[in-house]
Every structure is written in structure tokens, then in C-alpha cells.
Design a protein around this ligand. Sequence first.
Ligand code: XIL
Length: 312
Amino acid sequence: GPTLAQVATARGFHVGTAAEVNSLASSQWRYVADSQFNSVTMGNEGKWDATEPAQGQFDFAAADAIADYTAATGKRLRGHTLVWHNQLPAWVSAERTAAEQRQVLIDHVTGVAGHFAGDVAQWDVVNEPFNEDGTLRSSVWYTRLGEDYIADALTAARAADPAAKLFVNDYNVEGVNAKSTGLYDLVRRLQARGVPIDGVGLQAHLIVGQVPSSLRQNIERFTALGLSVEITELDVRIPLPADAAELTQQAADYRAVVGACAAVAGCTGVTTWGVGEVDSWIPEFFPGYGAALLFDEQWQARPAYSAVVEAL
Ligand code: XIL
């Protein structure tokens, strides 16, 4: 039958994977990714430590490799990520005035978004700005610049790449809850000020059996604001070893997430955070968990794969 990418493309939808330069060198990864996904997100290559390791010294070698891959294979490219509190080189947090810190942010956004202007369909401009209670996280950005850092980043990104759709991306914002309401209220404040924002990314690093029941309602409240919504980093982790019942539940979870997005006109794509066990971040970051993606250790489709195809 048709591949996942073919099914998605036929209905104007995007199914993506995160990609790292190491993965591009794997013939097995390439075999699956080339045929099954029509969108790719920079895995680590677009982050600050990779793109501006020293102040004013930009290095796009790794991110360019991802962009070259998407150009060569006709896939959509998602840029990830311009402003975050993780994977920052130490120089970014060195002591300086607020005015200087703001210029550091603007120069970075301008340099990176400018380099990829015309190639990136969507940027995760600001990543993970929220605490669980919906307040803004005490990052170097918020602590030194206040909430305005978000507007400054979005405004600089729009100026550098007017064609890219600009997203704010976070985790634990899939259901209606305090954190997603913080995101919703932020979007409304930005829109009221005329700050450019085009979409919100719901990362969706989920645990098997725990898809929020309010996922679709949450997606709809954002699209009602005129925004696009994307599921940006989907994985559904299972306590290892995963048994058949858990893989069946996981398939239902994937079906629910993809089905909720596909049912809402403004929800334009679902990206999984990798292809298979080899390139999943879960075993390292959530010890004791794994089996979180659509393909297994041998690059064979898990039950969730067919569930996703059927949900589209
Ligand atoms: C992860 C990568 O997959 C890892 O390789 C890296 O060591 C840490 O970051 N939320 C995000 C992603 O927005 O950038 C993170 O990616 C996963 C959580």
C-alpha cells in the first residue's frame, strides 16, 4: 500500500520526524525516513550551541546538512529552535546589561533565521518558555528581559524570514490545563500588541495510556485564535520491556493524537521525535522507558504505524 508520507501528502497533511546529522549517514534510517515522512525537524543542529558556539561566530554546517536533505528529498523543513534555555553555550549567560542581552537574542535570531530564510517552513522561535503552572520560566531570557523577550524574538524572526511561520513550542501543553492556558493567554497578549505569531507547537512527549482527553478541545481553542497547531515532537514511551498489550495501547494513543490533529482544519502536521529505537531520545532521558516511536530496534513498523496511517 501507500506509505505514510504518500497518505499524508494526498490529504495535504504533514507527518515528520526529527533528524540528526548522524541519522542521515545511516542507510536504514534513510530508507525509512525517505519514504515515510514528508517533513523533517532539525533535531539538535538548529540549537544555539550548534549554530552560534561563540558570540558572532555562526556555524551552520550541521543544520545545513539537514536542510540539504529536505531539499534533496522534497520534504518540508521545520526549524528548531531559536530561543531556549537548554543547549546554550556559556557565553550567552555571561554577565552583561539587559540591553546587551537583548541584542544577543536579536543578533542570534536574525543570524540563524536569516541564514535559512526561504528554506524553513516553520520555526520554533521560542521553545519551552513555561512552568507547569502557566507562569513564564525563570530562564536567562525571562530573568533578564522579562516577557518582552518573546515578542522581541518573534519580531526579529519575522524580519529575518518573512515567509516562515513562527511558532511557540512547549511540552505538557497538549490538554487543557494551567500550562496550556498560560500559552493561550500569552498568544492573546501577543496578538493584542500586533506581535507576529502563526502557530503553537504541542510537543507531545507522552506516556502510554495517557493521551489527554481534552487534546482536541485544546487544539481547537488555539485554531480559533487564527493560529496553526502542530504536534511537534510526538513519542509515546512505554516502561521496558514493552509487551504486546502496551504496544496495542500505544497504537490507540498514536491514533488518538493523529486523529485529533487531523480532525481540526488548522492542525497541519504531526512530527515524531525520531524514527526508531536507535534515534529516540527516550531511553537516555527517561531511564527504564523506550519503544516510544513508530519503528523498532530493527526499523520494523510497530502497531502504532498502521494506526497512524488509518487515522489520516
Ligand atoms: C532533545 C534531543 O533529542 C537530544 O538529542 C538532546 O540531547 C536533548 O534534546 N524538547 C525539545 C527537543 O524541544 O529539542 C529535545 O530534544 C527534547 C525535548
